[in-house]
Ligand binder design. Structure first.
Ligand code: FES
Length: 105
């Protein structure tokens, strides 16, 4: 399906440790690979697209990812959180509130 119904952007910015925190240094490329595998497992790869992104802003709170068009921003995401994000948010349409960053607007 194109365009996809949902798009997940995973920050894959990588900085050297001396330059501060980064999602890439925290393992976001591996996390993105595992997310893509879960999408295949749930037969979502046609409806949901995953892409790496440049810095999303709150580097100290990584690994960060954002789901569009929902505009749901998740922080401190680990591999253990991915199945919940896929099954609760991407399949059932209910964002995972415990990982979600509250909107400031
Ligand atoms: S490095 Fe990921 S949000 Fe900045």
């Amino acid at each position: 399906m194109y365009p996809p119904a949902q798009h997940v952007f995973v920050c894959i910015t990588q900085r050297p440790p001396t330059a501060g925190a980064s999602c890439g240094a925290a393992g976001s490329r591996l996390l993105m690979d595992k997310l893509q595998a879960l999408l295949l497992e749930h037969d979502l790869s046609g409806r949901v697209r995953v892409n790496g992104s440049t810095c999303l802003g709150p580097c100290e709170s990584g690994i960060n990812l954002v789901v569009y068009p929902d505009a749901v921003f998740y922080q401190r995401v680990t591999e253990q959180d991915l199945r919940e994000i896929v099954e609760q948010h991407l399949v059932a349409g209910r964002p995972v509130e415990r990982l979600r960053v509250a909107s400031l607007v």
